[in-house]
Design a protein around this ligand. Sequence first.
Ligand code: TYM
Length: 344
Amino acid sequence: CGTVFSGIQPTGIPHLGNYLGAFSNWVKLQNDASSQSQLIFSIVGWHALTLPQNPKELLHSRHDMLAALISVGLDPSKVIIFHQDQNPDHVELAWILSCITPIGKLRRMTTWKARLAASRNANAESEVDESMLNTGLFTYPILQAADILAYRANLVPVGEDQQQHLELSRDIADTFNRTYHTDLFPLPQHIITPSKRILSLKDPTSKMSKSAVDVQSRILLTDEYPQIRSKIRAAVTDSIAGITYDPAGRPGTSNLLTILAGCTDTNVSDVAKRYETKGHGQLKADVVEAVEELLKAPRTEFNKLRGETKYLASVSESGLGKARSISQRTLAEVRRLIGLSRMP
Ligand code: TYM
């Protein structure tokens, strides 16, 4: 019971990592008949702005992401789906929370450290320091905390890469509660997705990501069977005979096992046992079929829904209304607690 909140950036067509790391869990939570929870899923346009975006593409991606969420099985009559960037309560709360969040805590975020390192590598000659990076990139985790806390959500289903941001959200909620002598905010808990982290098919030391340059490194929701087959066949593995699950020693092979386990909703060690005496060829062939089986129906639905502009607009409008009616109550209480109530 309680409120479940999660979000995704509209920075392109979602990939298999988003699907196995987030969507599949969101749909499971929705279909759990015994649950009385309120489920809220948001397309976080403001987060997308932390990196340069082409405005036209961003507009398309926002629209596509809404179509994607419905096509993977989220039902707008059961859950709230809305665009974060249409609810100003998030930014208001983010500002308030930024005033109680020390800079040092943001500097410890691995996503920030990675961005800083990437920008140093890209500008090897010049001295790059953090003063040259955008403030939004730095304060992004506070906005994420505001997304969650605006709904007083207590459960957040995300992939493993978001774990540290979740810890910070808990920390910020706790600081707010202690500073203003309240228990307004529950401390949001991470719901672990069984297939935690799907890795790049080309560089299995990094996660599968929408922003990686090599398009062969990810499988998209729109990929047809031939593309899925060629990407999986070309996936980087190793030359060790037999199949074992060893994420540190054999990241590429283990990633294929994780994908197969995720697609078939089975335990990765059980899958690994079945392949002990088989080779990479067989494993890859089976992964291709499993991914196709998983994506076939959502892909067809997505291609159909993308064109249904009126329907999508009505879903987003009604989701926004429901979301705001919750976040406005939280914000009224926050304003009262901090001494900025509208009523004297
Ligand atoms: P984003 O848009 O990068 O990813 C959306 C969801 O997909 C998961 N994910 C993965 N899972 C497994 N393997 C991968 N390779 C992989 N890549 C992405 C992510 O863990 C995530 O669950 N900051 C968030 C968005 C956000 C948010 C929030 C999430 C903003 N506010 C509030 C939860 C609650 C992000 O950039 O996710």
